[in-house]
Design a binder for this molecule. Sequence first.
Ligand code: SAH
Length: 248
Amino acid sequence: MTFDIVTIFPNLIRAALGEGIVKRAIDRGVLDVHVHDLRDFTQDRHRVVDDVPYGGGPGMVLKAEPLFAAVEAITAGRGSASAIVLTSPQGRRFTQHEAERMATLDRVIVLCGRYEGVDDRVRTHLATDELSIGDYVLTGGELPALVIVDAVARLVPGVVGDEESVAHESFARGLLDFPQYTRPAVFRALKVPDVLLSGHHADIRRWRKRQALERTLTQRPDLLEHATLDDEEREILEALMQKSSTNQ
Ligand code: SAH
């Protein structure tokens, strides 16, 4: 899978991709990430990427021409993109579901906005998707681009060492993950739950299911609407719900 990221701060992206699991995936060739400096696609001597907004108002707006030129240069070199994502707080929410969809694509271009935003012709006539990472406003699209690359990358086969861990995680089936512990078994008088030390695999599995369901029920009950549960989980959930309704 290939990502092309277009930004006015390429070093910000490179720094974040220079560590950890994503770096290893890039080094091993499982994932390909190219970072493009938007200024390289300007025509003028001063390499200007922004201008004042038509109609007045504060701040600056990223110009359409260099963004169109960047996408055209990338697709001329590598063939057409499966998706051209504009990062924007006004976009569709980027979720695990969206990450799973994107992980099936070959070639994704991500455009990082800055200042007051991006000339709207980029949204209407260049981007195929407009994605937001949450309901808050950041200074630029670089962190959103990194969030998207990171979440998608770990779903690409071969990026995270243990495929099992991806399948079990929060949101994978619409549930939050169960709690994890590691050594020591007692830390400042805080004990790891006995069941995890018992060696009874069936008990551990059931305890983990119950914990995942309990957490989801108390912290994110909205997720349960779309969760895919097996028979055992449905039974545990019913018991938990009965317990909470008799406690009220
Ligand atoms: N004036 C705009 C915000 C511009 S923020 C508005 O009110 O909608 C500058 C840039 O940061 C945006 O163009 C976008 O690329 C990025 N950005 C900011 N917050 C974001 C978010 N929550 N998700 C994705 N991108 C975001």
